[in-house]
Design a protein around this ligand. Structure first.
Ligand SMILES: [Zn+2]
Ligand SMILES: [Zn+2]
Length: 314
């Protein structure tokens, strides 16, 4: 799972028009607000709301929004739209792409293009967010980690959607959702605010729901996604392939919905399951299995016996 707050304005990724200097500045400013803003908001909340930080409503809303947006990215953006690991009913595709948009990681089309480029160049020049392009000494590794985790979002290295996601430009549903991305991003905060207000009956409840189920939830998922780009290319084991520097990080498997089995994913990108072995937790694969059983997903590309056996042997 590799995410982006690459194009918060949402249209450059679709129209492929080179952004102006002002456009680049505004994009970076919005990205800075989305990256640093939540941390500042949480710090202020801890100081000013200590003792009445959150309610049961806030916890429930945070969990629901985290799960919905997380699966939107992993099952929708990543396994369905990027790698075609399965085919989905049209309404399910629209629902998953919409849920992914609520994660505020960029529009579906820009996310897919960047991620396909990552797989195309994996830890070689051209990879938009490899941690291994800043030298092997300690400082170079630290700079590489920072670049892979969040720094690349501030660079000016746009990915061509015509080259990397041409079929999505012909997919009317994806095009419309991508163009509507700014609205999804706003709704991602408005919805927790309104639900918090409705559930608590007070403006204070609306504001804490906005903080936790909106801002903090978005920030947590961002950092989990970015950790797949950074941590899962620097630490951990490589049981499936050593073609690049991708690794498996078991401890992140639940919170990343199975995406941290990243080495197997790089070995077999189209596989609907990333945690190939039975004990490897992969909630996204479980959800795809459920969709398959309900007849909502077909042509699911499960790992072959050979791929699994190779992993077991490693
Ligand atoms: Zn990767
Ligand atoms: Zn991938």
């Amino acid at each position: 799972m590799h995410a982006i707050v690459e194009s918060p304005c949402g249209d450059a990724d679709v129209t492929e028009v080179a952004p102006s200097a002002l456009g680049v500045f505004v994009g970076r400013a919005i990205t800075l607000v989305l990256v640093a803003g939540p941390l500042i908001a949480i710090a202020l909340a801890v100081v000013f709301l200590w003792g009445r930080l959150f309610s049961v409503h806030d916890l429930a809303l945070t969990a629901v929004f985290y799960v919905v947006t997380g699966f939107g990215v992993t099952v929708g953006y990543h396994r369905l739209l990027t790698h075609r690991s399965f085919r989905a009913r049209r309404w399910l595709k629209v629902a998953l792409a919409s849920a992914g948009s609520l994660a505020v990681e960029g529009s579906p089309i820009s996310w897919v293009a960047n991620h396909r480029r990552h797989h195309r160049f994996s830890d070689r020049p051209g990879d938009p967010h490899s941690p291994h392009m800043r030298g092997n000494e300690v400082l170079g590794q630290l700079r590489g980690f920072a670049h892979a985790h969040v720094g690349w979002l501030f660079g000016n290295d746009p990915t061509s959607v015509r080259r990397y996601a041409p079929e999505l430009l012909d997919d009317r549903d994806c095009l419309v959702i991508s163009r509507m991305f700014p609205l999804f991003a706003v709704f991602s905060f408005v919805a927790p605010f309104l639900l918090g207000w409705w559930l608590s009956g007070a403006i204070g409840g609306a504001l804490t729901a906005l903080l936790w189920a909106g801002v903090a939830r978005m920030a947590l998922l961002h950092h989990v996604t970015w950790s797949v780009n950074s941590v899962c290319h620097m630490f951990g084991k490589q049981p499936a392939t050593q073609r690049d520097r991708s690794t498996n990080i078991p401890v992140l498997s639940l919170i990343s919905f199975g995406e941290s089995w990243h080495n197997f994913h790089h070995a077999h990108p189209a596989s609907a399951r990333h945690g190939a072995l039975a004990h490897q937790l992969d909630p996204s694969a479980a959800l795809i299995r459920l969709f398959e059983r309900l007849g909502l997903a077909t042509h699911v590309r499960w790992p072959t016996e050979l791929q699994i056996a190779a992993c077991k042997a490693a």
